[in-house]
Design a protein around this ligand. Structure first.
Ligand SMILES: [Zn+2]
Length: 645
């Protein structure tokens, strides 16, 4: 029996926790609704008003709660008061107190000086972002005309322009971003970020960010990354040699590499990835893996449209959690992409985005913890942890077994293996380039924040970027490091390692399933395993721990390196086997099929919207009908685009 004092201490702590959870949930929803409404350019009504003022206001209210010194102080006092208490209900309260302290720590600026440094940094970041958006970027075409283009546009030119001088000009455009940001505040931002980190007791800003986002130090991070870097260095050297043999030494020039590698296979694959079918294929393949959404509601705004925010994302206005009385609060998810269903390649891109974002959604819908703080996507939720789930699920689209079943043209013919093989031949030998490009961002940021203040000059920083590109990528990269927007922006700087760690874990997790079951696509054990081992816990367990608990090994790049090393012909033979296996499986099951299709059940409600317009709602018509209505809407859109062109 608990003593009366313990009981009252527990009750007090519970009251504090309840009050906090209620307050946080309310502020979170208010901010996220503004975020969605303003980014999607929804019409503002009396009932649901949207404006940038409300967005700023609601964001400040949420952040004020998380950076309120009184909150963290009380949470710590409650922890102390319960230090010697025992019992399951005490453990639950302690768990919430712990997540409150961890989350507030990621948001706090404990002294007036640190807060002032933060505010000054925000100001410079704001003005740099503004001048960077207004910067004139572009390239000179073959006719000697200057064509304006954004950095995304310049990268497309690098991949697609047949004229080398045009590509070179686009590359020079990308490179000019580095000089521009260095003379427009970036160096001052780096200096201030380091100053803040020092004030908060960290080695430097990178160390501060990694510790907040991943829960381990910068030195631990680079122990892991160094292993991957060393392990893949010979592969990079070989891939560069192969590229040179295939296309000549010029292919190694940074403005030529992406163009030389891009094949014609994208066009051949296109008919087998019709955009209109992508949603249904995603739902069917998730259902076959037994993935559910714990009664979540998802709102999907997938098509590009004027005035819509130009980057895809997935957010959670309502994070899933369990109330003290046991009531489960299902998540509400909003996600968006910018698909243009009439463009070549858009179906495959949309499918990848869907499988990815829907993976984030499935993960966050299945978190079952006693506070919404466990299932919100900002720190202390690890970037690597979050991306691991979405990247694992989108990796399936590259599997031949997945393609055999789901990549079909509108007549229902599956994609021929010959096309898949062409795709593999174009990509597999050079897959290491992407890994090295990812790594180089992290190595550059490490070196940047480690520079002594006196050396923080435009010249030094630009030559440092070149040095890192040459050291890690074997030569100057097609995407100059200083043109990567993550480096500049507050919430994305020192963040790239999250993708690298996630990809390591994706390969390790894939290997786990392959060793245990021999296959992943349509494997009904996948959903329950991920839910139990990766999803339920939310951010209550460290990322490295959950990967080790499931796979039985410390996180390492070994399985990723093995996948890259796999001999091309052996890889193709294996994929062919998996493709053939799935084709026969499908034939067998269609022969067996009785009358009609089984209804899909993923314990979710889906709403397809296009801005203010609701295209379909599965709570009214069921999942499959909602997909059909969406398909019809897209078909009408494509027909209209064709008629007007
Ligand atoms: Zn993601």
């Amino acid at each position: 029996m608990a003593s009366p004092t313990t009981l009252s201490a527990r009750d007090k702590a519970q009251a504090f926790v309840d009050n906090f959870n209620r307050s946080y949930e309310e502020k979170h929803v208010a901010f996220e609704n503004q975020f969605w409404g303003t980014k999607m350019a929804l019409s503002s009504t009396e009932e649901s008003p949207y404006s940038t003022e409300l967005l700023t206001k609601t964001k400040a209210e949420m952040e004020d709660l998380l950076s309120d010194p009184a909150v963290i102080k009380e949470a710590k006092e409650q922890q102390e008061a319960l230090a010697n208490a025992k019992g399951e209900d005490v453990q639950e309260v302690l768990k919430v107190l712990d997540v409150i302290v961890r989350t507030c720590r990621c948001n706090e600026f404990p002294t007036p000086e640190s807060k002032a440094v933060r505010e000054e940094t925000n100001k410079i970041e704001g003005s740099l972002e503004k001048s960077r958006n207004e910067m004139t970027l572009g390239y000179t075409n073959e006719e000697g005309e200057f064509i304006k283009a954004s950095s995304v546009g310049l990268r497309t030119v690098l991949r697609t322009a047949p004229s080398e001088s045009t590509r070179k000009s686009a590359y020079d455009g990308l490179r000019s971003i580095g000089a521009f940001v260095c003379s427009n505040g970036f160096l001052e931002i780096v200096r201030l970020r380091n100053k803040l980190a020092h004030l908060l007791g960290f080695e430097d800003y990178y160390d501060y960010t990694v510790t907040n986002a991943e829960g381990f130090s910068k030195s631990k991070l680079f122990e892991i990354l160094d292993g991957l870097e060393e392990g893949t260095r010979p592969l990079m050297a070989k891939a560069r040699k192969d590229l040179e043999e295939l296309h000549g030494v010029k292919a190694l020039d940074p403005w030529n590499t992406s163009y030389m590698m891009a094949g014609s296979v994208v066009k051949k694959m296109d008919p087998y990835f019709p955009f209109s079918k992508s949603v249904e294929n995603y739902l069917r393949s998730y259902a076959a893996m037994n993935i559910g959404y714990s009664n979540a509601t998802m709102t999907l705004d997938l098509l590009d449209r004027k005035n819509k925010y130009s980057n895809g994302f997935c957010h959670w206005p309502v994070p899933a959690w369990i109330k003290p009385d046991g009531t489960h609060v299902p998540s509400q998810t909003n996600f968006t992409s910018l698909a243009d269903p009439a463009a070549v390649g858009s179906g495959l891109t949309a499918l990848n985005t869907l499988m990815h974002e829907a993976g984030h959604a499935a993960h966050f819908a299945n978190i079952a913890q006693p506070s919404p703080l466990f299932s919100q996507e900002r720190a202390p939720t690890s970037v690597a942890y979050a991306e691991n789930q979405s990247m694992f699920l989108d990796s399936l689209v590259g599997d031949s077994a997945w393609r055999a079943k789901y990549a079909k043209d509108l007549q229902g013919t599956p994609i021929p293996f010959a096309i898949i093989e062409e795709d593999i031949r174009a990509k597999h030998p050079f897959a290491v380039f992407q890994l090295r490009a990812m790594l180089s961002v992290s190595y550059f940021e490490k070196a940047l924040y480690e520079l002594p203040e006196a050396e923080l000059t435009a010249e030094k920083v630009q030559s440092l970027a070149d040095e890192v590109e040459i050291r890690i990528q074997g030569g100057l990269g097609a995407r100059p490091l200083l043109s990567v927007p993550h480096l500049v922006s507050d919430e994305a700087s020192c963040y790239y390692q999250g993708y690298t760690l996630a990809e390591m874990s994706v390969h390790q997790t894939r290997k786990y399933f392959k060793d245990k079951y021999g296959y992943i696509v349509d494997n009904p054990n996948v959903g329950p395993t991920l839910t139990e081992s990766y999803w339920k816990c939310g951010n209550s367990k460290p990322f490295l721990q959950i990967v080790k608990d499931l796979t039985g090994k410390e996180l390492s790049g070994d399985d990723w390196v093995d996948a890259l090393k796999e001999d091309l012909e052996e890889h193709i033979a294996q994929e062919r086997k998996e493709y053939d296996g799935m084709i026969s499986k499908c034939e067998a099951s269609s022969a067996e099929e009785k009358d009609g299709e089984e209804p899909l059940d993923l314990a979710m409600t889906v709403k397809f919207v296009d801005g203010d317009h609701v295209i379909s709602d599965s709570s009214q018509s069921g999942l499959l009908s909602a997909c059909k209505e969406f398909e019809a809407f897209v078909a009408a859109r494509v027909a209209a685009a064709k008629a007007s062109s």
